[in-house]
Design a protein around this ligand. Structure first.
Ligand code: NAD
Length: 314
């Protein structure tokens, strides 16, 4: 197993802040996955990931391309199924069924969003829970909710956020046990699974959302803030001195000036007002370069876990 030092994940930013480097952390996870995949391949099981893309959403095309590239870099068997935006729900379900029954495939990911005429819930629930690389199937949601973190395939973004929390805490010498954590956002993809993951580490967890009264006061009480709510919602002066801040948000906003081709520039921001929050936090994830790279790394990790289970059952 490659030797990784949690301290490598923290770097000092230009502003003197302790930055949690998601790129470095994701490279550490991917190196471990590739090494374990090599051991499985030697035993005759090559982890296989199938990604299904319906339609031509440019952002989805970029994500799917990056996922395929990471799978190949880990030594996986990687396949991509491109269906037209006009594909019927029945056609998508038939493809999912085919992949469920393909022994060369251990992880299936149907890229969201699906076109409006397709019932996404029905498609996600058709995926074999053992191959549910995104961890969205109710069986995996239930396993996580009852604390079976070993058996559940956990959604990739919260799983990656937890890795960053653990590495940051290890580097800072902070104890997670008993820590006050506030999660801003209660979505099924990020907020809710994050609750279970932080509880599994014995933290005291509060979930804030759009109806929370006095969000500032709730966030000010937190030793750990996980933000997945809305662009630059969490203000710098809400951050308790010494808190760890994980910013899950990815929001494209207008930038300054024009690109070389004359289009208005845009830039990515998170759900935390980074420059102000960095002054108070013990460590903070940047956007981009924080949680984002971890999501793909955890997708590889989930696929590897599914393949390891198949190999163990042989
Ligand atoms: P979502 O829109 O489903 O959920 C947003 C949540 O924020 C809701 O629960 C809502 O109650 C809460 N919220 C909204 N406004 C609020 C307010 N004013 N005060 C308090 N809470 C408020 O979003 P999601 O899918 O959970 O994603 C959250 C963010 O994370 C988005 O910016 C998304 O782009 C990003 N994201 C990043 C990755 C990644 O790979 N890094 C993956 C998934 C999502």
């Amino acid at each position: 197993m490659p030797e990784h030092n949690a301290a490598d994940v923290i770097r000092t930013g230009a502003d003197g802040a302790h930055v949690i480097d998601g790129k470095v952390a994701s490279e550490q996870v991917l190196a471990e996955v590739a090494e374990k995949a090599g051991a499985l391949i030697a035993k005759g099981v090559t982890p296989g990931l199938a990604v299904v893309l319906v339609g031509e959403n440019p952002a989805s095309q970029v994500y799917v391309g990056a996922k395929g590239k990471a799978a190949k870099a880990c030594g996986f068997h990687s396949v991509q199924h491109d269906l037209p935006a006009s594909a019927s729900e029945a056609e998508i379900l038939a493809l999912v069924d085919e992949l469920n029954n393909d022994p060369a495939i251990h992880g299936i990911l149907v890229q969201l969003p699906l076109p409006d005429h397709v019932n996404s819930t029905k498609v996600l629930e058709a995926i074999d829970p053992e191959k549910d690389a995104d961890g969205f199937h109710p069986v995996n949601v239930g396993l996580l909710a009852i604390g079976s973190t070993e058996r559940a395939l956990v959604p990739c973004t919260p799983a990656g956020s937890l890795v960053l929390v653990e590495k940051a805490a290890a580097a800072l010498g902070a104890k997670l046990d008993g820590m006050n954590a506030v999660i801003v956002g209660r979505s099924n993809i990020v907020g809710k699974p994050m609750v279970q993951l932080l509880l599994s580490k014995n933290m005291t967890v509060t979930v804030a959302h759009s109806r929370t009264r006095d969000l500032a006061a709730v966030v000010r009480a937190a030793d750990l803030v996980v933000a997945a709510g809305s662009p630059r919602l969490v203000r710098g002066d809400w951050i308790k001195p010494g808190a760890i801040v994980i910013d899950v948000g990815i929001n494209r906003i207008p930038g300054e000036g024009l690109t070389a081709s004359g289009k208005p520039k845009t830039r990515l921001v998170g759900d935390v007002d980074y420059p102000a929050a960095a002054k108070h936090a013990a460590a903070i994830t940047p956007v981009p370069g924080g949680v984002g790279p971890m999501t793909i790394a955890m997708l590889m990790s989930n696929t590897l876990r599914s393949a390891e289970r198949v190999a163990a059952a042989k």
